[in-house]
Design a binder for this molecule. Structure first.
Ligand code: GLY
Length: 561
């Protein structure tokens, strides 16, 4: 019954009875295609390609190049990544366009004559780059699943680079955060600085050299591996005592792999295989939780946070030892994901005491960066793509005259057993450097099926936090039935076994929960930062439509076809 005690009260009553808006934005929904990415401009580029009759693969190529212009900290031409593809008429495919180690690099590449590690050399400078795979990866997506001409897909990125675009808050903050790195290289400084200051919000970012490189690539991807763009990159690297050679570039190969696929409760999760550790670690975390009544514990409860944290520690402990490029080393995935093994690992977890068989280490101070986009077209083709330069803006070096930032992916290898990389990850023998080898990754482009139906496609950036961002978003959606925007926005936490610290987002744990977790022995890293930037699409049973979410932590957006 509606009763008005004066105009205002009556209004409030009727509003609360009709509005369904929550604490986060409503997801974007559309009967046709959707594009979720870290950059509103790039998402719109993808939606325009869909409107022109392009497939999700066409849109992925266009978004991949557009992000290299509008989200240069991670969107790239000079990096690498992974794409997971669902297309009618065939099983899901996994396209591995991860960077490879140059032929001149080996296990001692970053060690001096005394065997001491020069940790900075795998992160900054011309020796930090792996052979880029992005152009070859996007070209394969186009060749296998695209419909529109290649040039049509690159033209929006070329125009954005040529005419520039207005820098928004997210990009301004990202440039500000990395300004020291960007200032260190004259070519990079020329692009991202104006009159002595890093380009800020509301200013126009123009990238003429990048526009010229994209124009050359419009004639065909060979321009990168054998033509003018590649030659310019190699000339600059070699002039500066890097080792990447023309032969490294011309012999780069994309690898098509079987994704990992496992049942979880009533669902099937399809995700990244090695050389990413992401899928296996995600499936291990989920597998350990298979029989737990998470619904009864409740999202954000001390029991839930504690249990999930303990499973993260166990799965990341295995990550440190057992994974590497499958072309070079074995990855005992079946053993690590064996339900009996995972049940045993789960049985070792105490609900009252945190495990601490852990060596100390430090979490990264640097902002790890990578970027993810998810695209679905009106015919159901869906692509979940994560690609990266590794750290924000990679090496911070733009190869002279190209406008292309060089990756620092070599830091994802084990540079020395026992030493930690920029993400604080300590890795094993299987991930030592070898010529042509791919460094171990955490990137986790993922699909979830219910029966035969795809119901969720997602991924995130953030080094090792990627895996836990994907795990928590997936659990929020499937277990706690949050809509996809709520699932992406809900506060997250992260544990990677070593260092033995539980990172949580500002206001992500209430003081009572934190105390309860401390009483069980969890050690916290009190650091005021968020992590991850989930870009996800999900089927909504009530709306009978696909819905999309771009994480509120960053400035991304979902665009509708
Ligand atoms: N470069 C971050 C990752 O691949 O995990």
């Amino acid at each position: 019954m509606k009763k008005c005690l004066g105009l205002n009260l009556c209004l409030v009553w009727s509003l609360s009875a009709t509005l369904t808006l929550g604490a986060t934005r409503a997801p974007v929904t559309n009967a046709k295609g959707l594009v979720a990415s870290s950059s509103p401009i790039a998402s719109e580029v993808g939606a325009q390609i869909l409107r022109q009759g392009g497939t999700a693969a066409d849109a992925a190529v266009a978004v991949g190049f557009a992000l290299a212009v509008t989200w240069p900290s991670a969107g790239n031409i000079g990096g690498g990544g992974f794409a997971l593809i669902h297309a009618d008429g065939g099983p899901d495919r996994f396209i591995d366009y991860r960077e490879t180690a140059p032929a001149a690099a080996g296990p001692d590449f970053y060690l001096n004559a005394k065997g001491e590690l020069d940790a900075s050399a795998s992160r900054v400078g011309y020796r930090a780059s792996g052979v880029p795979g992005t152009v070859a990866g996007l070209a394969l997506l186009h060749k296998r699943w695209g419909k529109l001409p290649w040039k049509t897909l690159l033209e929006p990125a070329r125009k954005l680079a040529e005419s520039g675009f207005i820098v928004d808050q997210a990009l301004a903050e990202s440039l500000q955060h990395s300004q020291e790195l960007l200032e260190g290289n004259a070519e990079t400084r020329k692009i991202f600085f104006k009159k002595g200051h890093v380009i800020g919000r509301g200013e126009r970012l123009i990238q003429k050299d990048l526009a010229r490189s994209i124009a050359a690539l419009e004639r065909g991807p060979e321009a990168f591996y054998e033509g003018s763009v590649g030659k310019a990159i190699i000339a600059d690297i070699q002039k500066n005592r890097g080792v990447l050679s023309a032969k490294d570039l011309s012999s780069y190969k994309v690898v098509e792999r079987e994704p990992l696929r496992r049942k979880w409760r009533d669902f099937e999760v399809v995700t990244a295989p090695p050389p990413s550790s992401g899928g296996a670690v995600l499936l291990a975390i989920l597998g350990m939780l298979e029989k737990d009544n998470l619904e009864a514990m409740g999202s954000g409860s001390a029991d839930y946070v504690h249990l999930l944290t303990e499973t993260m520690k166990k799965a990341f402990a295995d990550r440190s030892t057992w994974f590497g490029d499958p072309t070079f080393v074995s990855n005992p995935i079946d053993k690590l994901l064996d339900p009996v093994y995972l049940a045993k690992r789960r049985s070792e977890i105490s609900m009252t005491a945190a495990a601490h068989d852990i060596k100390p280490g430090e979490l990264p101070g640097e902002k790890p960066d990578t970027t993810h986009f998810t695209i679905r077209d009106s015919h159901g083709m869906t692509i979940s793509n994560t690609y990266t330069l590794n750290g924000s803006y990679g090496t911070g070096i733009v190869a002279k005259g190209t406008g292309i930032l060089l990756n620092n992916e070599m830091d994802d290898f084990t540079s020395k057993i026992g030493a930690s990389n920029m993400f604080g990850l300590t890795q094993g023998k299987r991930n030592l450097i070898a010529p042509g080898k791919r460094p171990l990754s955490s990137m986790t482009p993922t699909f979830v099926y219910r029966g035969k139906d795809l119901i969720l496609a997602l991924g995130a950036p953030g080094g090792p936090t990627i895996i836990n961002s994907v795990a928590q978003t997936l659990l929020n959606r499937l277990v706690f039935h949050m809509d996809i925007q709520q699932a992406a926005d809900a506060p997250r936490f992260h544990h990677q076994w070593m260092p033995d610290k539980l990172l949580y987002e500002p206001f992500g744990l209430n003081p009572d929960t934190k105390k309860a977790l401390e009483a069980r022995g969890q050690i916290f890293r009190d650091e005021a930062r968020t992590f991850g930037d989930v870009e996800a699409l999900a089927w909504d049973d009530e709306l009978r439509l696909w819905t999309g979410a771009s994480d509120s932590r960053n400035g991304g957006a979902v665009a509708a076809e």
